[in-house]
Structure formats: C-alpha cells, structure tokens
Design a protein. Structure first.
Length: 146
C-alpha cells in the first residue's frame, strides 16, 4: 500500500510541477515578447525570463516542501530526520536540497518518504535542464534581433 501511495504522490507532484513550469514559461514568453513592443532592451526581456524561471522553481519547491511537512506532521509514509527543529523552514530547506540535487545530508527522509524525495531530485533535474534550454534559446532569440 505504501508503494502505491508514494508513487501516486510522486506522480501528482511531478505532473503539477511540469504544468506550473509550462504555464510559467508560456507567460514569460508572452511577457518578454510584449516587452519588446514596449521598447525594452534585450537585457530587460532576458530578466523577465530569468525572474519568471526563478518564480516557477520557487513554487515547485514549495509544493514539495508542503508535502514533506504534511506527511511528516501526520506521520504518514515516513519522516524527515536529522538537524530539524520541526518548523516549516526545515521542510522547505530539505525540498531545496532535493530539487537542486545538492543533497547536503543534514536533513534526510526515512521510510517510503525517501522515494518522494528521490522523485523530487529527478523532477528538479529535468525542470532545471528545461530552464537552461529555455533561457539559452531566449537569449539567442533576443540577441539575434539586435
């Protein structure tokens, strides 16, 4: 039963993050395009892309942080252990280290919750790569027009 629950939670989170990322990039592309009409230089359009991407990643990391906090608080599917005070910031920090694949190790998941943490690392890696590609293509596009 735990494997099914963990797989379902991981799948829902991955889908939610991909959808947030897609919609954020759609809005960013539209804003950057319309900023050109407003007379913004290439630098301004690129800043829209960068800050939009950072906002999307922050939302996605927060999704995972809430899930870790909720599952830990209710004792479902394992727990988060280590140098933890139990505050929200611990779960957000844990989420950031997983999403970015930094994996410091001072806070870690135990039990089936480890699979959700692992899937966050995979999701983060894919979405960070997508951001790098989108940013590169945006830069290439904006700077060709100069």
């Amino acid at each position: 039963m735990n494997v099914i629950a963990v797989s379902l939670v991981s799948l829902i989170l991955a889908i939610a993050c991909v959808l947030v990322h897609y919609e954020a990039f759609k809005m960013v592309a539209s804003s950057a395009r319309s900023a050109e009409v407003g007379g913004f230089p290439s630098r301004g359009r690129l800043l829209i892309v960068i800050f939009g991407a950072l906002a999307a990643h922050t939302v996605e990391i927060t999704f995972y942080g809430f899930v870790f906090w909720g599952l830990h608080s209710y004792g479902l599917l394992g727990e988060i252990v280590g140098e933890i005070s139990g505050g929200w910031i611990d779960f957000l920090y844990f989420s950031v280290t997983n999403y970015t694949t930094l994996g410091v190790g001072d806070i870690r998941a135990e039990g089936p919750l480890r699979l959700i943490a692992s899937s966050e690392a995979l999701t983060g890696l894919v979405l960070l790569s997508w951001t790098a590609s989108f940013t590169y293509l945006s830069m290439e596009n904006f700077w060709k027009r100069r």
